[in-house]
Design a protein around this ligand. Sequence first.
Ligand SMILES: Nc1ncnc2c1ncn2[C@@H]1O[C@H](COP(=O)(O)OP(=O)(O)O)[C@@H](O)[C@H]1O
Ligand SMILES: [Mg+2]
Length: 233
Amino acid sequence: MLQVRNLVARYGDFQALFGIDFDLKQSNIVALIGANGAGKSTFLKSIAGQIPNKGGQIRFNSEEISHLSADRIVREGVSMVPEGRRLFRSLSVEENLRVGSFAGRAGRWTLDAVYALFPQLKDKRHVPATALSGGQQQMVAIGRGLMSNPDLLMCDEVSLGLSPAVIKDIYKVFPQLRAERLSLIVVEQDIDAALGVSDYVYCFMHGKVTLHGAPNELTREQISAAYFGLEAA
Ligand SMILES: Nc1ncnc2c1ncn2[C@@H]1O[C@H](COP(=O)(O)OP(=O)(O)O)[C@@H](O)[C@H]1O
Ligand SMILES: [Mg+2]
């Protein structure tokens, strides 16, 4: 459903991505791993139409989307949960969730559906987003992404700064979403979390794909080499 070919991206003179090829099948979870600065966020932003200076092909549901505006790409069914959550601090949980539906499409994801997925949010619906724990804020950010009723949900660094128990709570919803025919790209620095949840893994280093494969086909040594640039011992 997503086919990226020879994607390059630049910030001014600085080139961040160098010819990325990437495929995602419907109802699959792809984990994208790699060290800080590898280009993971730039890759997601490129798909979402948030990087003006880019080249290459991005086909989504058989349509070329690389020339479309960010708003239009949301309406085509691509939604992003950005790094750092980016909630509106003064708005309530419910108002933040509604923001997702303004931009998006009609469909299964309503406020009630998000509260059913993350029951903790229902009691807090009228509380300002800033009064929530980090994990609950991440749930709001994912809920907001779902409220646009995407076919593809891209989650950037969802587990950053959260405790293992909270990470587990959040990660358990991804297979539920996949079962509803959503496709997901999950950017993750924690390799075990990434391998545990995904159908397929891409590893980025210095703006290039250094490794890809199904988790059960990849060895620890291959992943370390692709992630850190180390030779296997
Ligand atoms: N707005 C920006 N302006 C200039 N350089 C940027 C900008 N955003 C990211 N970069 C650079 O692009 C490279 C890739 O960054 P990023 O995609 O954020 O990596 P990751 O998400 O894997 O940590 C890094 O070298 C980073 O410094
Ligand atoms: Mg990033």
